[in-house]
Design a protein around this ligand. Structure first.
Ligand SMILES: Cc1cc2nc3c(=O)[nH]c(=O)nc-3n(C[C@H](O)[C@H](O)[C@H](O)COP(=O)(O)O)c2cc1C
Length: 361
């Protein structure tokens, strides 16, 4: 059976979801400009394939802050997975484990840390720091005790951005237990005064590496790393926070040059990217721009809604195999073998032509 395109997967997922849930997953902030722009942004770069290179074996494995993975395509943190499928985060975790992919679990998840950990997946905790830091301490400690191997601090959400179609309606059709399952108390405000001191505190307190997610400016990447972050995750939150925030493909290379990442000199920090990654070639471009790993948000939700565990496996497997083909044709024997000269960026820009509809896998 030919692989269904990821876009078709969304079409399959759609009738299985209440309209409010589909809209919640799909929408961006404001007028949705950044959300709409993300997918096309990766196709503004062109690849310079190398030849006369042995690509008999193409190795996709890598190590992310000491976590060994079989694929550099990971799962971004997303809420409300139990609204997509009754098994929610646990199905996602089982699928990630089966594919050897890294799972980043939302701190708002509707499944317990222990149930996720029991799948055997390698997972990291995504964290929103609350204005009352003591609640944060408790959640992170429990996650680390349950086996989270890193903490991903989301820094782009001092407030949840307004969405044009609103968000309230989704809570009317979902069960309250599908979110914040790992909190014992009611929700607290997100911290608006998040700063390098929080990064330093997290890095020093829990004995696991810290990643800062939602970075779009090289100077902020530098501040995060100087404060103790071991990686920066370049992201505009899938276009769900500041609408008109720049596309990740536009700033990734600058950030990688600032703090490390693939193809840069020295040890440096790791650099990750997400937003509109829908094919292995998008991932390959991200690699050329300096990403050590890429993450998928909405495609995982569509896969989960369409087919549960199998659907998520399909998404991870399809993007990974597409990436393998891309690397093979580009003459790179593996993800870590990609060199900085893969991209021709001088004559093309991220504002290049949008891909024809449906070219994602
Ligand atoms: C429905 C939904 C919920 C999300 N929830 C979170 C979250 O809890 N924490 C977080 O850091 N990012 C969250 N994100 C952002 C994703 O981690 C990721 O940055 C983004 O979805 C990547 O873009 P993509 O959906 O185009 O792949 C969410 C995204 C979506 C679509």
């Amino acid at each position: 059976m030919p692989l269904p395109r990821l876009r078709e997967l969304e079409e399959r997922a759609r009738p299985r979801l209440p309209e409010e849930v589909h809209r919640y997953f799909a929408q961006g902030a404001g007028a949705g400009l950044s959300a709409a722009e993300a997918e096309g942004s990766w196709s503004g770069h062109r690849l310079v394939p190398r030849v006369l290179r042995d690509v008999t074996h193409v190795d996709l494995s890598t190590s992310l802050l000491g976590t060994d993975v079989s694929t550099p395509v990971g799962i971004a943190p997303t809420t409300l997975q139990r609204a997509a499928h009754p098994d929610g985060e646990v199905a996602t975790a089982r699928a990630a484990a089966a594919e050897g992919a890294l799972l980043v679990l939302s701190s708002n998840a509707g499944s317990t840390f222990e149930d996720v950990a029991a799948t055997g997946v390698d997972w990291w905790l995504q964290l929103y720091v609350t204005s009352d830091r003591t609640r944060t301490t408790d959640v992170v400690q429990r996650a680390v005790d349950a086996g989270a191997r890193a903490v991903v601090l989301t820094a782009d959400t001092p407030v949840v951005a307004r969405k044009e179609q609103g968000e309230r309606s989704v809570w009317e059709v979902t069960d309250p237990s599908w979110v914040r399952r790992n909190f014992t108390e009611d929700g607290a405000e997100k911290a608006r005064d998040l700063g390098p001191q929080d990064v330093a505190w997290l890095a020093g307190r829990f004995g696991v590496p810290v990643v800062v997610k939602g970075v779009l400016h090289p100077a902020d990447a530098r501040r995060a790393v100087d404060a103790g972050a071991r990686a920066v995750w370049v992201s505009n939150h899938g276009g769900r926070q500041l609408d008109r925030a720049v596309a990740v493909a536009e700033v990734l290379a600058e950030i990688a040059a600032e703090v490390g990442g693939a193809g840069s000199e020295g040890e440096g920090a790791e650099v990750y990217a997400d937003g509109g990654i829908r094919s292995g070639l998008d991932a390959l471009v991200a690699r050329g721009l300096g990403a050590d790993a890429v993450f998928l948000g909405r495609p995982v939700l569509w896969g989960l809604a369409a087919d549960g565990y199998d659907g998520v496996r399909h998404v991870l497997g399809a993007v990974t195999e597409d990436l393998r083909e891309g690397l093979t044709l580009a003459g790179a024997a593996g993800w870590t073998a990609v060199t900085g000269d893969l991209l021709r960026t001088t004559t093309t820009t991220a504002a290049g032509p949008a891909p024809p509809a449906g070219t994602t896998l």
